[in-house]
Write a protein that binds this ligand. Structure first.
Ligand SMILES: *Cc1c(COP(=O)(O)O)cnc(C)c1O
Length: 407
């Protein structure tokens, strides 16, 4: 009787495993405040900002890149990087569809055509086996996304790009600190971008950055970021169609104070994620996002559990998740395949270079299976608690799994 009561699901009126919230995000520190006040009182706020320059230098070094150029968002960074890679109207850019919309909207904003490639069922990253088949004579860029901060197969994707003489640009918006074969990701191809939007593992409210080892590439990025100016030119000399996508000094000041915190946060997330991997893999019907053997560090921007309804009498992922959520664990279904967004019902007058392109027939089986039936997300801040907090996640999944496996 006692046992039955303890196991009664919160969704059925039982006591939830947890009522406390997980750590909130973003969080502020006295180092951030001091840095912000220093910039406010003693430095330039915009053009010529010392904080921006310092941040770009430190971020480049931190990500094993020779150069970095900050921007006011990750989306702007993507657009700029695509333009600097030479993307022209009507060119094709290969991207996954299991990602945030900005990956695709930046392609459209560059007057180019997104070509969607499916993900593999275990890493949830662009499947390297499918890329070659998506390449045409119009392909200009392959843009893999390190989903959840878990690196794509950069070696194989880089080889395909090199073989076809096209650029690889990494959408690393979720992958601060992630590593491939012991090297930080971002600058393994032509360049890569990061985001500092509020939810990201380094956050300044808004912001972004492009990293690269190629000086000419970064110089062209500078032009698109900065009203079409050229580094060596006069202030009122505009050679490209650029915009004002510069980062302000204040987010740069906030970010400068986060490198140490990022490292210690990463250690906490690594430990908690390892605990979750061990415990959740033991529950029938649940598995965790896999990484390639060359991956030496993931950033855990998201923690993704994959659910197999056949272990639960065909109870849907959404039903299972509602029960976990009622236990006090903030879980989410996450992305839908982005080609299903209304955006892709394109107006021919607004997008004349897409007249021949029909996205309505796009279907990617793995992307759809993962987003519609399998993925259960926890945000990175859920991995920032202590081991008891993490154990609550395990307890909630175990409790729900026990009840639902017997239906
Ligand atoms: C957050 C994100 C972006 C866009 O970054 P913003 O700073 O919000 O513009 C791009 N791609 C991915 C995968 C993201 O998660």
């Amino acid at each position: 009787m006692e046992m039955a009561k303890a196991n009664k699901l919160a969704i059925h009126g039982g006591t939830p495993v947890r009522t406390e919230p997980f750590p909130s995000w973003p969080r502020s520190t006295t180092e951030m405040r001091d840095s912000l006040v220093h910039t406010l009182e003693h430095e330039k706020w915009g053009v010529g900002s010392e904080a921006v320059k310092r941040f770009e230098e430190e971020f480049a070094k931190f990500h094993d890149a020779r150069f970095a150029l900050s921007t006011n968002s990750g989306t702007a960074a993507l657009w700029i990087a695509l333009k600097a890679a030479g993307v022209k109207a009507g060119d094709e850019v290969i991207i996954p569809a299991y990602t945030f919309i900005a990956t695709a909207s930046a392609v459209l904003m560059a007057n180019a055509i997104p070509v969607f490639v499916d993900i593999d069922a275990e890493t949830l990253n662009m499947d390297p086996d499918l890329i070659e088949g998506a390449i045409s004579e119009k392909t200009r860029v392959i843009m893999p996304v390190h989903i959840a901060g878990n690196p794509c197969h950069l070696t194989r994707i880089g080889e395909v790009a090199a073989r076809h003489r096209i650029a690889m640009i990494e959408d690393a918006a979720q992958a601060h600190g992630a590593e491939w074969s012991g090297r930080k990701i971002g600058a393994l191809g032509s360049g890569g971008i990061f985001s500092f939007q509020s939810t990201k593992n380094m956050s300044a409210g808004e912001g972004g950055i492009i990293v690269s080892d190629d000086e000419a590439f970064i110089d062209t990025c500078f032009s698109y970021q900065n009203a079409g100016r050229v580094r060596s030119g006069a202030w009122y000399e505009h050679r490209y169609l650029g915009g004002n996508f510069r980062l302000s000094a204040f987010p740069a000041a906030l970010l400068l104070a986060q490198f140490e915190m990022l490292e210690s946060d990463m250690n906490v997330r690594d430990a908690n994620a390892a605990m979750l991997d061990d415990a959740l893999e033991k529950i029938p019907g649940l598995s965790c996002q896999r990484r390639y053997s060359e991956t030496t560090r993931v950033s855990h921007h998201l923690y993704i559990v994959l659910y197999d309804k056949s272990a639960y009498g065909d109870t849907s992922r959404d039903e299972f998740m509602k029960a976990v959520s009622a236990e006090g664990i903030p879980v989410h279904t996450g992305y839908k395949p982005i080609y299903r967004e209304k955006l892709f019902d394109l107006d021919e007058e607004e997008f004349p270079w897409l007249k021949e392109t029909d996205f309505s027939a796009t279907t990617l089986p793995m992307t759809e299976r993962v987003s519609d039936e399998e993925a259960i997300w926890l945000k990175q801040s859920c991995l920032l608690g202590g081991s008891e907090d993490t154990l609550d996640i395990v307890r909630a999944f175990e409790k729900v799994a026990e009840v639902y496996s017997s239906v």
